[in-house]
Design a protein around this ligand. Structure first.
Ligand code: PEP
Ligand code: MN
Length: 338
């Protein structure tokens, strides 16, 4: 349920409502929006109904939220959420944010080199996994702590914030220290304990859609993050499993307008993992910008033949640069910029 406050509600009146919610064994979540201030009630809706909140001073109206997810829903917040990443970079605003880099951090020199080229082409965030979720335990698992340090070094040297995947809550302190965005990968979208842990922080989270998850499941996973208090959640569509086998997964392009209708959270698209083939990355990235995505997550490698992970889907720097030029035109055509 959400409690909509009157524009003139005083701090004392708001506190009174919040105290009552707590007394019922529920959790209040205050959201101060541009148009209105509301209190979301977390917990069993039935418990909240026994209290006539409409009668409280400062309260304008009380609305049940019909959807199973509450705080991620448009009903809870009408305006788009904009997630700030530091000076001049935000996701969910007017600009489409391109995050690019290698699948995995391979060594210091290569990471610095790729970071430099993606920045030059206009990427605003550097991607790269230090902890890799590999299907086979015999595949390269990532440079782990050392990879995190290289990422941090690249961030300092090149000046790009970094997004990198967290798989184990025990590594959270390392991520809080080094990462700007914590990525939760497709395979962990329903690792609820992990979601709760990142939800207890304020660090932006890039939540990737599980390969066999519906949009409802996806939004409920984001709800785990937000209901713990972390509102900085970015959703990433990265392809789902279908009967089609000419690409690694099938990009669900309709996820963008569907999620935009249901939720206020920013949505980005990963054209690399959904296709698995570099040739399709550019057309899918263009479609993503055209359909209204707030950003892209693209794998770039300067020597895909030698890549330790996902070489077949990596764009070489020259191709990435050309794509960025084309994306700028598409962004302009849909009233955005890159
Ligand atoms: C990644 O982006 O590095 C990754 C492993 O992607 P996904 O979780 O979407 O497979
Ligand atoms: Mn990859």
């Amino acid at each position: 349920m959400i409690i909509v406050l009157k524009p003139e509600a005083t701090k004392k009146e708001i506190k009174h409502v919040e105290d009552k919610i707590r007394q019922l064994g529920l959790k209040p979540m205050l959201s101060v929006g541009k148009e209105r201030t509301i209190i979301g009630v977390i917990g069993e809706e039935d418990k909240a109904r026994i209290q006539p909140f409409e009668a409280f001073p400062g309260v304008e109206s009380v609305m049940p939220i019909q959807k199973p997810y509450k705080f991620v829903s448009r009903e809870f917040k009408k305006e788009n959420s904009v997630i700030k990443l530091g000076p001049g970079v935000e996701i969910g605003g007017e600009k489409v944010v391109v995050m690019a880099g290698p699948c995995t951090v391979e060594n210091r020199e290569r990471l610095l080199r790729i970071a430099g080229v993606v920045k030059k082409s206009g990427a605003k965030v550097l991607r790269g996994g230090a902890f890799k979720p590999r299907t086979s335990p015999y595949s390269f698992q990532g440079l782990k702590d050392k990879g995190m340090k290289f990422l941090f070094e690249a961030k300092k040297a090149i000046g790009l914030p970094i997004v990198t995947e967290l798989m184990d809550p025990r590594d959270l302190p390392l991520f809080l220290k080094y990462a700007d965005i914590i990525q939760i990968g497709a395979r962990n979208m329903q690792n609820f304990e992990l979601l709760k842990e990142v939800g207890k922080t304020k660090k932006p989270v890039l939540l990737k859609r599980g390969m066999a998850s519906t949009i409802k499941d996806f939004l409920l996973s984001a709800e785990y993050v937000i209901s713990e208090g972390n509102h900085n959640c970015i959703l990433c569509e990265r392809g789902i499993r279908t009967f089609e086998d000419s690409t690694r997964f099938t990009l669900d392009i309709s996820a963008v307008p569907v999620i935009k209708k249901l939720s206020h959270l920013p949505v980005v698209i990963d054209p690399s993992h959904c296709s698995g083939i570099w040739e399709y990355v550019a057309p899918l990235a263009k479609a993503a910008v055209a359909v209204g995505a707030d950003g892209l997550l693209i794998e770039v490698h300067d020597d895909p033949e030698q890549a330790l992970c996902d070489g077949p889907q990596a764009l070489k720097p020259g191709k990435f640069d050309r794509l960025m030029t084309e994306l700028r035109q598409i962004a302009k055509a849909v009233g955005r910029a890159i």
